[in-house]
Design a protein around this ligand. Structure first.
Ligand SMILES: C=CC1=C(C)c2cc3[nH]c(cc4nc(cc5[nH]c(cc1n2)c(C)c5CCC(=O)O)C(CCC(=O)O)=C4C)c(C)c3C=C
Ligand code: FE2
Length: 506
């Protein structure tokens, strides 16, 4: 790190950065800043290829390189590098909050974890009138599902690896940010298990973080994942004076980032090489599904983002002269409603029937190994594939702490810093930015710290004999049955007991 005295006056500060109240001078430029300008706030004076001198209009002194001065709202770019240089922050304390799902760490955790998951109105979306049933229903479903889920977690070692992997990702991201001159603290906030988002927020407050970048660890946005975590965060922020005043921004999704696409392509390329005839392998992207109604009724961008993501990876592979056949399907459906299609299991059978012999599964919606890669894909789908006539099976590992990926996440954080607390001036500006701040307009609107309202969880209602009405009628009927079941289980009385059926479940 070069902390030499700045060489004699040479004003190379780009004009744009001089126009805000505070100024940031960037590395790669030799600067004697705007000392004589009318601007009297903070300055950073940087010697060539370093950032090491900070000061005010009249005095500047050698300071630790980590004391950054941030031009609030101003985008800072350096002509000497492709990646924008980090904005510099004076007494600000930068935090990055990684949002993730969380998973049970022991078999005893499974049922309460499932309860938390099903009690989330973004996972089971009840009509407003029936919201009071959310928790009893969650209790019922979690108890019924727990034995099957426990079996799955038992088969992958007795618990989810998610906490460990996310902690490791947080540490690698922290190191990468520090390496890029951004001394940020990185926190992990899980939605359904420890460390809960609330716990992370308490730590953020204790640490006195003043600027927060919120980064969901899901490449593509879904109401059921990033949306749910952000909704929770919003309710926490709204009730807390410290947080209301803390500046923050959100990176809603990042599947289109070059670094992520390249990292995924690298992994696919490596796994293809393990087959005897790599060019004959069908690349089989398998994404976690969501109920179809999320996309068709509630406007979840998940499907569109997933398809675009797959296209981008295939384009990148094509640049590397890898032009294999590929397919995208959705896995892990839960419950009786229709989910995004095609389903992974049905597609595997279909591919087998078509004579496909070599299949490379690519988990695409999540960046850690978890129960659905380690059990569902590696065991269930592999078995199904082999039964369906596929002879050679491979699976791309989840990204985990892959260096290109982590470095790209760090760049995403750095690129988002100028937006912390600053409203994107327009959607156009947001779309042009490297960080997709405008890709989910409503979310941007909400999660820019100066705007608030979230889109309601249930959106569409049409009168008459329409598809929507049918769906809701069906759900109401299902609910009525479930209410009867819950009442029966809790009171020990009802038609199933009368018929002598229910005691079988005790
Ligand atoms: C992008 C990823 C995910 C989406 C979208 C998603 C939606 C979604 N999930 C359920 C129900 C369950 N998910 C469960 C586990 C689970 N889900 C994801 C990711 C997405 N879910 C992950 C990474 C995990 C595994 C965590 C781990 O412990 O390793 C479970 C529990 C496991 C099981 O019993 O199968 C359930 C249940 C719904 C209903 C939903 C969309 C509405
Ligand atoms: Fe899930």
């Amino acid at each position: 790190m070069n902390t030499a005295t700045p060489s004699p006056v040479k004003m190379l500060l780009p004009r744009a950065t001089c126009t805000s109240q505070r100024i940031c001078c960037v590395s790669g430029f030799q600067v004697d800043a705007c000392r004589s300008s009318s601007l009297s706030k903070n300055l950073v004076v940087a010697a060539k290829d370093s950032i090491g001198w900070c000061g005010t209009s009249s005095v500047y002194s050698k300071q630790p390189l980590n004391r950054f001065l941030l031009p609030t709202g101003a985008l800072v770019t350096s002509k000497s590098q492709d990646i924008p240089v980090p904005p510099l922050v004076g007494d600000e304390k930068i935090g990055v909050l990684l949002l993730n799902l969380g998973g049970p760490e022991t078999l005893e955790d499974v049922q309460p974890f499932l309860f938390n998951l099903f009690a989330d109105p973004d996972i089971i979306r009840l009509p407003r009138l029936f919201r009071f049933l959310q928790k009893p229903l969650a209790q019922f479903i979690s108890v019924v599902r727990a034995p099957k889920s426990k079996e799955g977690y038992a088969s992958i070692g007795g618990g989810s690896p998610l906490r460990q992997i996310t902690d490791a990702q947080a540490e690698e991201l922290r190191k990468s940010l520090w390496g890029k001159q951004v001394p940020a603290k990185v926190y992990v906030g899980m939605r359904y298990w420890h460390p809960f988002t609330e716990e992370a927020i308490e730590q953020i407050k204790r640490d006195g973080i003043t600027k927060l970048v919120v980064l969901p660890l899901y490449p593509q946005f879904s109401i059921s994942t990033s949306g749910s975590s952000l909704r929770l965060l919003e309710s926490i922020f709204r009730e807390d004076e410290y947080l209301v005043n803390m500046q923050h921004t959100v990176i809603p999704s990042w599947y289109q980032r070059e670094g992520y696409i390249k990292a995924m392509s690298n992994l696919i390329e490596q796994e293809l090489k393990k087959f005897d005839n790599p060019e004959k392998v069908v690349i089989f992207f398998s994404a976690h599904g969501v109920p179809l109604a999320y996309v068709e009724e509630a406007g979840d961008p998940y499907k569109a983002e997933m398809e675009e993501c797959v296209d981008l990876i295939m384009e990148e592979l094509e640049k590397r002269r890898i032009t294999n056949a590929y397919s995208l399907a959705y896995q892990s459906r839960v419950g009786p409603v229709e989910w995004l299609k095609p389903y992974t299991d049905e597609t595997i059978i279909e591919l087998g029937k078509k004579g496909v012999k070599n299949l490379l599964a690519v988990p695409i919606s999540f960046v850690s190994e978890h129960i659905e890669t380690l059990e569902e894909i590696d065991v269930e789908y592999k078995e199904l594939a082999l039964k369906s006539g596929i002879e050679n099976w491979g699976r791309v590992p989840a990204l985990g702490c892959e260096p290109t990926f982590i470095s790209d996440l760090a760049d995403a954080v750095i690129e988002s810093l100028p937006y912390v607390g600053a409203m994107a001036v327009s959607n156009l500006e947001a779309r042009q930015s490297l960080v997709p701040l405008g890709s989910v307009e409503e979310l941007l609107a909400v999660y820019d710290s100066k705007r608030r309202e979230l889109p309601p969880p249930v959106t569409v209602w049409e009168w008459g004999w329409t598809r929507s009405a049918e769906t809701w009628n069906g759900r109401a009927a299902m609910l009525a049955v479930l209410v009867l079941l819950v009442l029966e289980v809790t009171t020990g009385e009802g038609f199933l007991h009368q018929w002598g059926i229910l005691p079988l479940f005790h």
